[in-house]
Design a protein. Structure first.
Lengths: 42, 226
């Protein structure tokens, strides 16, 4: 009788991924905006 | 076109590419079976970490050349690279624990890789504080150059720490002597992300360099670097 290999369930941790992507975007956009404002000053 | 404007355009292209990385990583790159979706933090964490280290290497090299040549352009570049490196180090030190919690079961551990990366972050902050505290341009550049060279010495230790010590942090799967141990689709996403972070580094440094030039002109700071 053939046996099917048992596949482990994929962990449900998408919230951590979303948090990391948001944090990265916020840091990069904040710095880009900061540079824009500083270099735009006359 | 002014230097600041060029930097803004490069940054804008970098941000658009990063948006493309988000779409590709979240929608078109397969989920790793053992780690789950949290593994996708890899596409941001590792390119940011590479540029954190590369930025400090460039700060250190600029420092070495500055001490010989006393060229203010090198000091300006080092200051710009250090500020951008600090931003990327912040990304590494926030995305790392967010990735570590679901995969290792802990936000932080005092192992060699994590601790030395935190030390690099403090070195970056110290570098920026020194630059802000010393008013004399020549003295400021020399102190900063020495700190930059210290950072340069730290970077190889950070990269090799996973081989030298028993750490929870995994060994490199891309930047290593043998071929990358990653499926093609994941590698393509990672390379795309590395390109986006490279554009962001160049764009940010160009703008920050232009800002230093403008400040020097505004304050009539004829840098005495002799």
């Amino acid at each position: 009788m053939g046996s099917t290999p048992i596949m482990p369930d994929v962990p449900r941790n998408a919230a951590y991924m979303v948090a990391a992507y948001i944090v990265t975007a916020v840091i990069l956009l904040a710095y880009a905006l900061s540079l824009y404002r500083r270099t735009a000053k006359p | 076109m002014s230097l600041a404007r060029k930097g803004r355009w490069i940054t804008l292209v970098g941000l658009v590419c990063l948006a493309g990385v988000y779409v590709r990583a979240l929608a078109f790159t397969p989920v790793e079976r053992l780690q789950g979706p949290a593994q996708k933090i890899f596409y941001l964490h590792v390119p940011a970490a590479l540029w954190t280290e590369a930025a400090m290497v460039l700060v250190g090299l600029a420092g070495i050349f500055y001490l010989f040549l006393r060229d203010p352009r090198l000091d300006r570049f080092a200051a710009a690279s250090a500020e951008v490196g600090t931003v990327f180090a912040t990304i590494v030190l926030t995305t790392g624990p967010i990735w570590g919690k679901p995969v290792w079961g802990t936000w932080w551990t005092w192992d060699a890789r994590l601790t030395s990366t935190l030390f690099l972050f403090f070195l970056y902050v110290g570098y920026l504080l020194v630059r802000g505290a010393v008013r004399d341009p020549g003295l400021r550049a020399r102190y900063a150059a020495v700190l930059g060279i210290c950072g340069l010495c730290l970077v190889p230790f950070i990269h090799l720490s996973v081989f030298l010590f028993r750490t929870l942090h995994p060994q490199p799967i891309i930047v290593k002597p043998s071929a990358p141990s990653l499926p093609g689709s994941m590698l393509a996403t990672w390379l795309f992300s590395l390109a986006a972070f490279t554009l962001l580094y160049v764009g940010f440094v160009t703008q920050r360099y232009a800002l230093s030039l403008a400040r020097e002109a505004q304050h009539g700071e004829h840098a005495d670097h002799a």
